[in-house]
Write a protein that binds this ligand. Structure first.
Ligand code: FE
Ligand code: CA
Length: 530
């Protein structure tokens, strides 16, 4: 075991920040307490309040198993969730029916203080393509019931899959009203593409409600923030409705970070990685992730694949943890030498190699990249000014971006579709190897989902829309209202409904379809419906 001073001394001894050193020490630091077995487990805990106030969730299904999640927190906004410093027994049940008459699997697991009394149960031996109900018991408390499902068998060709794409749910800036409609959409799965929480201090963006406490930095801070968000009854109800596949963007840790580099000047990378370890651990504790995503120090493997039979394969990416620093000081810039530098990476070498392998071996009709930042090379300035691109998004990593598009094209990857979050606005983009060259063939479609609540009520017609579309022929749709994308996918077509909420600043907002787009299998182009 090493303390912070010893790690910093070792790093200085190495003559600077060496990732390998830091990882080795941080791994030694954190994985021992996380994996440590409790010596004594309270089999009959007594709770003053409902320990299941954060509800339940499920996630990362495959064709025979799914992860069930809960976190015991009778006082969600207390640093330890109101739990004693002891391990407690939690019993879980999975049934074929909502009334739990036919229980198909059950067991007992341990919720430890080391992992914030979170529970991640991988239930094996389930049937493919089937709905199940689950719940937990601890002491004499019983959790709400959640509904979940397995994916279809790997070699089957399902007739359809329905899912939502959501991101960016700033708690202070808007209500999570859109989840009310989403819960009625009869979805098989929800993709959350990041900014599940925001790290900011109370009141910074206060419009409809207030964050608890200052900007979050400690493990306790991150835990409490996740608990505050998950206390939202609409968010909870959506987790109870179907399994989720989640990935993070920047705000689960810190705005616009790149790996160990803060957006602010003068932040010590070692200090920053300590904070990242806190953020990552709290994220794992709060999400229905498989134990393969258990963090080790300041690392957590979040990129992974999910196959919905042979209909769709989803590559869930992490474009934050391994990226090189944004070029041009993260200011909107022309695609200059720095942005086109082939050493710039958004994925990191390991993830990129993994992604290419996944795509090459996929036999799916639709090959989906579920990720964070916009891939469309969209000029946000335009004539008469010089074209300017976001350096925090794929254009800041333009060489890797174009290499990936060329790979999709040359390897004839079947029906590539990119799903994106991050920028609090809806977009439909036709992606080319170089989006500035309209004469190139379209390689893939990108659907960018707006924020669920971040930014408060937005605009159906963003300012400068006509000019933006004129300067960017790749952009087929752009809108800045709040909401999510609802996708319905068959072997023949991909339909995307842009769902928008008329008001997130007060309860009772109505959610409706603003626009729908369709991609036909075998054609890269995207067309409006109706
Ligand atoms: Fe956001
Ligand atoms: Ca973001």
């Amino acid at each position: 075991m090493f303390n912070r001073q010893q790690i910093q001394a070792a790093l200085r001894h190495e003559g600077g920040i060496s990732r390998r050193w830091f990882m080795a020490y941080a791994g030694a630091l954190s994985s021992i307490p996380l994996l440590g077995r409790a010596t004594w487990v309270n089999a009959a805990p007594v709770f003053s309040n409902d320990p299941f106030a954060l509800g339940v969730a499920s996630g990362d299904p495959d064709d025979t198993s799914v992860v069930l999640w809960t976190r015991l927190a009778p006082e969600p906004l207390e640093p330890f969730g109101g739990m004693p410093n002891e391990a407690v027994a939690v019993r879980w049940e999975v049934a074929d029916d909502e009334g739990f008459r036919n229980i198909v699997n059950s067991g007992t697991t341990t919720a430890t203080p080391q992992l914030g009394h979170s529970v991640h149960v991988e239930v094996p031996g389930l049937h493919p393509d089937r709905w199940y109900w689950y719940r937990f018991h601890s002491g004499d408390a019983t959790s709400p019931t959640g509904r979940t499902r397995t994916f279809p068998a790997a070699d089957s060709l399902p007739s359809h899959v329905r899912f939502a794409v959501t991101s960016c749910q700033n708690y202070e800036q808007g209500l999570f009203t859109a989840y009310e409609q989403m819960a009625q959409d009869e979805l098989d799965i929800v993709f959350h593409l990041g900014d599940y929480i925001y790290e900011y201090e109370a009141g910074r963006n206060g419009k409809v409600r207030t964050h608890h406490g200052p900007e979050i930095e400690s493990l306790a801070d991150y835990r409490v923030r996740h608990a505050q968000y998950r206390s939202d009854s609409l968010l909870q109800a959506m987790h109870h409705a179907c399994p989720w596949l989640v990935t993070w963007d920047d705000h689960e840790f810190d705005n616009n970070h790149a790996d160990d580099v803060s957006e602010q000047e003068g932040i010590d990378p070692v200090e920053f990685l300590y904070r990242r370890a806190n953020a990552y651990q709290a994220y794992y504790e709060a999400m229905p992730l498989r134990p393969t995503s258990l963090p080790a120090g300041s690392s957590l493997q979040l990129y992974r694949s999910a196959s919905y039979g042979r209909l769709a394969q989803f590559q869930v990416l992490d474009t934050r943890q391994y990226r090189s620093d944004q070029p041009n000081n993260d200011k909107r810039s022309p695609l200059n030498e720095a942005a086109l530098d082939s050493k710039q990476t958004l994925l990191g070498r390991e993830q990129k190699n993994w992604l290419y392998r996944q795509l090459l071996t996929s036999d799916a009709t639709w090959n989906v990249l579920a990720q964070q930042v916009m891939m469309g090379m969209v000029d946000r300035a335009g004539e008469p000014a010089e074209p300017l691109y976001s350096m925090d998004q794929w254009p800041g990593y333009a060489a890797e971006r174009m290499e990936l598009a060329r790979f999709l094209q040359e390897r004839r990857i079947s029906n590539p579709v990119v799903l994106t979050g991050d920028i609090h606005s809806n977009w439909v983009n036709e992606l080319r190897v170089d989006d500035r060259r309209e004469e190139q063939p379209v390689v893939a479609t990108e659907f960018v989902a707006t924020s669920l609540s971040s930014g408060g009520n937005g605009l159906a017609e963003p300012r400068g829309l006509a000019k933006l579309k004129r300067n960017n022929p790749c952009v087929k749709f752009h809108n800045a209202e709040r909401g999510y994308i609802r996708c319905s996918v068959t072997p023949e077509t991909w339909t995307a409904d842009f769902m928008v909420v008329d008001d997130v600043l007060q309860p009772g907002g109505k959610t409706a379809v603003r626009a729908s787009f369709v991609v036909e299998s075998g054609k890269a182009t995207v067309n409006p419906m109706g």
